[in-house]
Write a protein that binds this ligand. Structure first.
Ligand SMILES: *Cc1c(COP(=O)(O)O)cnc(C)c1O
Length: 475
């Protein structure tokens, strides 16, 4: 593609992007497709001859976009958000244009140094003490695996890297609440602890880890000759945004010499708001913390912030320097390839830099405050309606609830709420998902998309009650 042609196609693509960002709210939020519908429209064999770019853009518009779920639709209330924003999108275009590798300082000095600076900006935004240093990972799942690998190395006195798990003179165990994210289970499997050595600690009536149950599990293992290696505490669990009590958990970890990893993948963004920081009390006592700017902080997937207090623990776990990667600067610089699993690294700091500068810390705080206030307003409407009930506290942007018309068994209520959710989603104007809390079918509504306003939340609540009325009438 000649540079002049590139310019023309890029302008056309950017025009499409601007229209999309303006109009996405009018698209059906989930596509009306069945498995295989998209594949069938795409040739099974690659083209032998070059095709014009206009044809590619046409197919993108006509085949791909109608088959997409629109995560950046203002009716997005599902899972957790996966926000982007105009400055982040532009940064991704520039990153793609540079096409650089950030594996070492020398391979892209500005990428490494900007990552150091913006991760320290984020640290300050979260009010973490200065001894925390950050690195950008691809996902929270990877960051949690990194924490589990580092904890394994520490629990074996730095020997598991060389000797494998045979270095452990006792079996190692990991602790997380029953409500912890499935990435903990995955990481425990991958890091070689074995799922049988993952202790799912009981939770209280708010779905938060019970420190007394953790203490008992640690004691039981110690008595049985099993060595506790890592506790994963969650601030903002995926099902209900429960908050594990970090201070007593940290004290147990300190006494037992156990690595404390805090998973705040979704909720961490709220720690930039001073009046919400009490929800993170004790986070500064962790050995490592993960949170995803790619969820709530307007930065395109992927961008996971991973903070550690002792980067030497990362180096001793991950450092590998073959001759072909040695440079003259290695003694003086950070080589981020030694801070995690990947060698090759994308230049992800640029989009975070653009986002923080474009909105300012106050602009980002205002966004989080707005979403939390809307979630609280919705929780108020639900609490005030005798036919509905809240199923968990709503400290952030997630509201967990169900419809509870009188005279139904628990089993009937579960089935009824599943039908209610399907009916609400069928309209194509909004998308909500579900979970189970204490066995109970629970509708989750997360306020967190950049453009979601009061009118969208109000319309969603109206749609819930209208759909319930429809189900009631059809009985
Ligand atoms: C979303 C989430 C994760 C996983 O995030 P990825 O970045 O997709 O790996 C982990 N933990 C919690 C609590 C989450 O909400």
């Amino acid at each position: 593609m000649h540079p002049d042609e590139f310019r023309r196609h890029a302008h056309a693509a950017v025009d499409w992007m601007a229209d999309y960002l303006r109009d996405v709210g009018a698209l059906p939020i989930t596509p009306a497709v069945s498995p295989g519908d998209i594949r069938r429209q795409i040739p099974e064999t690659p083209p032998l001859d070059a095709e014009p770019f206009d044809a590619l853009l046409d197919d993108f518009r006509q085949v791909i976009v109608p088959g997409m779920t629109h995560w950046n639709h203002p009716g997005w209330f599902a899972y957790f958000p996966c926000n982007n924003s105009p400055p982040s999108i532009l940064a991704e275009m520039l990153t793609a244009t540079l096409g650089a590798q950030g594996m070492s300082w020398a391979t892209s000095p500005a990428a490494t140094e900007l990552e150091q600076v913006v991760m320290d900006w984020l640290r300050q935004m979260l009010a973490l003490p200065p001894d925390f240093v950050g690195v950008i990972q691809d996902t929270a799942s990877t960051a949690t695996l990194v924490a589990l690998l580092t904890a394994r190395e520490r629990a074996t006195g730095g020997r598991s890297g060389a000797e494998g798990l045979a270095a452990a003179d006792a079996p190692l165990a990991v602790y997380a609440s029953r409500e912890a994210h499935s990435s903990v289970d995955k990481g425990v499997k991958l890091a070689g602890y074995g799922l049988d050595r993952l202790r799912h600690i009981d939770t209280d009536e708010r779905y938060a880890m019970r420190p007394d149950a953790l203490a008992a599990a640690l004691e039981r293992d110690r008595a049985a000759g099993i060595r506790p290696a890592c506790v994963v505490a969650t601030v903002g669990t995926t099902s209900s945004t429960a908050i594990d009590p970090l201070r007593p958990i940290a004290e147990l970890c300190r006494r037992a010499g156990v690595w404390l990893h805090v998973d705040a993948a979704y909720a961490g963004a709220a720690a930039i708001v001073p009046e919400l920081r009490t929800l993170f009390d004790g986070m500064e006592t962790a050995d490592s913390i993960v949170f995803n700017p790619h969820k709530w902080l307007l930065t395109n997937f992927d961008c996971t912030a991973y903070f550690v207090r002792d980067p030497s623990a990362l180096l001793s776990t991950f450092q590998a320097t073959p001759e072909y990667l040695r440079t003259a600067y290695d003694a003086d610089v950070v080589n981020y390839r030694d801070w995690g699993i990947q060698l090759g690294r994308r230049f992800r700091a640029l989009k975070l830099w653009f986002v923080i500068r474009s909105y300012g810390v106050e602009g980002l705080r205002a966004l989080v405050r707005r979403h939390v206030a809307l979630a609280q307003e919705l929780a108020g409407w639900i609490a005030a309606d005798p036919e509905y009930e809240l199923l968990a506290p709503a400290p952030f942007g997630l509201v967990c609830f169900r419809w509870r018309p009188p005279g139904r068994s628990e089993q009937e209520l579960d089935a009824l709420n599943a039908r209610l959710l399907a009916a609400v989603n069928a309209g194509g104007e909004r998308f909500l998902t579900h979970t189970r809390l204490g066995g109970t079918y629970t509708i989750r509504l997360v306020v967190g998309q950049r453009e979601t306003g009061r009118e969208h939340v109000r319309a969603a609540w109206d749609a819930v009650r209208e759909a319930a009325g429809g189900l009631q009438a059809s009985r």
